[in-house]
Ligand binder design. Sequence first.
Ligand code: FE2
Ligand code: FE2
Length: 365
Amino acid sequence: MADGSNSASSVKANAPPQARSQFKLLGIGVGCLLVVVPLSMVVKSEVFFLMLLCAAAAIFIFTTFRTLWLLMQSSMFHGNVPALTWAGIVVSGFIGALLSLITFSELVRGRQLRRFGKVLLPRVGDDEAWSTIDLSPSVDANLRTQLAAQWRENGRSEHASVAAFARLQLDLMALGAPPELLRSASQDALDEIRHAELCFSLARALDGQDLGPQAFPEASNARGKSGPRKLALVQLAVDSLVEGALLEGFSARLIAQLVPVCLDEATRALLRELAADEGRHSKHGWDVVEWCLEQGGESVASALRGALEGLPKSVTTTLPLAARGGSWEQFGIGGQAREDEAYAETRAHVVSRLEALLGASRRAA
Ligand SMILES: [Fe+2]
Ligand SMILES: [Fe+2]
């Protein structure tokens, strides 16, 4: 990140006065996006979100391309910077920041399918097929219904993660990824099927209801990484950094912290399994990031630096009110303070590891 800010300030210093004024306009465009995304989290309306996003994107695109045009003219005039290369790197940085911001319009543990940043989850209905694992949790009768609802909510995101890894598999194939990355994506999808079964089975053991995820047509509409190969690599790298390295890592850390405080043996065994798997999924996310960096060079590096800038310092919880104080941790559901701490630790780890990776990549180039 230090390299990115140094190069940004040197670009600013070398820019002509007209271009420097464009940086201010560019700041307005970025500022609009920074306002729109948090607003969309407060106002839970997809139409409102789309309207604001379109308005902000229009300002953003106009100011970005006007800035780039002036700076490219300047670079070509002075003859000291390959203008198109430079422009591609700058655009990649913005794409990275934008993708990172959009991902965080809604936070859910682990890799997810999203549309305009909104996480897509299956509906839940009558279905015995997803709750066949025999579990016997020891939980107070008055909490069983609420806990079962939360485990089903977790089960929905685990189920949707299966589709997210299938999407990743297709993106990797389209970009010519090596067999170990394809194998990891397949294995991770199998893990998520098991996680969904565990969550729905635990919920059934708590309240006796045979419920499971219903048909999920959104899975077949999930868009792949589009555009030229370099642009697809940029998108995949940022996606794997945020959804894989960060959110799977956050999930693994949070769940691992719950193991020693969970009092129920059946739930504790489930948590151990989930934590180990999510930790591996996070590692696979890093593997994809490194491969994209190797393939895409400075454009991918710039996008990853941009993505780091877009990562929020804290996250908004989606926990039910009753769980936020931490009283459900003895039953395997983390409280808000633990979520905040796990997120902050994971984010710090991601930032330092990525900075080291980008530094090594720059030295090797
Ligand atoms: Fe999972
Ligand atoms: Fe996962």
